[in-house]
Design a protein around this ligand. Structure first.
Ligand SMILES: Cc1nn(C)c(C)c1/N=N/c1ccc(/C=C/C(=O)NO)cc1
Ligand SMILES: [Zn+2]
Length: 371
């Protein structure tokens, strides 16, 4: 197949993130209500609308997700977590994923199951050759969700659920997860810590969130030792730092591991305009990362690549970053200009600075244990 699969569902745009900026508003705390929570789904709906309005959607093969089943969820999460989400979802005002800052509304479990189901459908369609690669514009995100709890706006770990489905249902032996979301992919690290069947790579802003994980010395354990690979980057990194991290560490790791499928935890919060991090990628930088991952997928995995939407909180800029990645996946140019490039370009971020090179070079030794 040569087409790119695409997943979006109206319900992904209905996730209820409440009326606070990140916390519920409080007169006591003087935290004002605001129309859009940082994780408001409108940001991702705007990406869908740009994919549609640019005409790119006509080059994509729309896939229809169903809800993930209890069995799908329990491959990576404790039953207690699953049951708690369902019970809180039945409450009149919904509940929380587990860390007290990840609210969902009444019936929110339907959307979370549909997000995980979207990840599964994208993996199924790529693994069986229905499509060449796929972009699942799913919501809520998943990469912070751990075996026993949701976290960081994530309820179920969509990427881990999809990887487990590929291993246990589709018969794959080796799956790689590459997390370019700006925050540490702690969820898959927790879930697959002891497994060598998933190579889990996270490139992220050092100590951004969670602030206590994502360090180079977190490498997995038991059979999984060496199959967790963290590349923390200093704040302020742009295309220079990210492209070097991919060329020097991420791509060599994938060549050594030879996964049969690559899943990208595709967040756009490493962009220059994101409120929840301090990196400096522009849309063309994300396009370059997509190109690099596609090339190594062609080398080792017959091109089998699934991108799953994770974070990204600038309603202004996420649409342009996401369009660049999906265009690259589909091999299509709609000619849509990055409207913010003239403003963001002069601000820098393109050069690889010495301290960024050192941070990446420190991670090169981690490659030795991937066989
Ligand atoms: C506030 C606050 N207060 N407390 C106690 C906690 C635990 C808080 N969480 N902050 C957060 C929560 C989520 C993110 C990013 C998620 C993402 O985009 N992942 O990809 C960043 C900071
Ligand atoms: Zn993030």
């Amino acid at each position: 197949a040569t087409t790119t699969g695409y997943i979006w569902n109206t319900l992904y745009g209905w996730a209820d993130t409440g009326s606070g900026g990140i916390f519920p508003p409080s007169v006591d705390a003087l935290t004002q209500p605001i129309a859009h929570h940082v994780a408001h789904p409108d940001t991702k709906r705007r990406l869908h609308e740009l994919i549609s309005a640019s005409g790119l959607i006509d080059s994509l093969r729309q896939l229809e997700p169903g809800p993930a089943t209890r069995e799908d969820i329990l491959r990576v999460h404790d039953a207690a977590h699953y049951e708690r989400i369902l019970s809180e979802s039945a409450l009149p005002k919904g509940g929380d994923a587990g860390d007290g800052v990840s609210p969902f509304g009444n019936g929110g479990h339907h959307i979370a199951l549909l997000a995980a189901g979207g990840a599964i459908e994208a993996v199924r369609a790529v693994a069986d050759g229905t499509v060449r690669n796929a972009y699942a514009l799913i919501n809520p995100p998943g990469h912070h969700a751990e075996r026993a709890t949701g976290r960081g706006f994530c309820i179920f770990n969509n990427g881990a659920i999809a990887a487990a489905h590929a291993l246990e249902t589709l018969g794959l032996q080796r799956v790689a997860i590459v997390d370019w979301d700006v925050h540490h992919g702690n969820g898959a690290q927790d879930i697959f810590r002891e497994s060598s069947k998933v190579l889990n790579i996270s490139v992220h802003q050092d100590r951004c969130f969670p602030s206590d994980s994502g360090f180079r010395d977190e490498r997995g354990s038991g059979d999984g030792f060496g199959y967790t690979l963290n590349v923390p980057l200093p704040p302020g990194g742009g295309s220079g730092a990210y492209e070097y991290a991919f060329d020097a560490v991420v791509l060599p790791a994938l060549r050594a591991y030879r996964p049969e499928l690559i899943i990208v935890a595709s967040g756009f919060d490493a962009s220059m305009m994101d409120p929840l991090a301090r990196m400096m990628l522009r849309a063309d930088g994300f396009r370059s990362l997509a190109r690099k991952i596609m090339d190594v997928a062609d080398e080792v995995a017959d091109g089998k690549l699934v991108c799953l939407q994770e974070g990204g909180y600038s309603p202004y800029y996420v649409p342009f970053c996401g369009l660049a990645v999906v265009e690259e996946l589909a091999g299509v140019s709609t000619g849509t200009a990055d409207a913010f490039a003239p403003i963001l370009g002069p601000m820098g971020g393109d050069a690889l600075l010495a301290h960024e090179r050192e941070a990446v070079d420190a991670a090169k030794e981690l490659l030795a244990d991937i066989t």
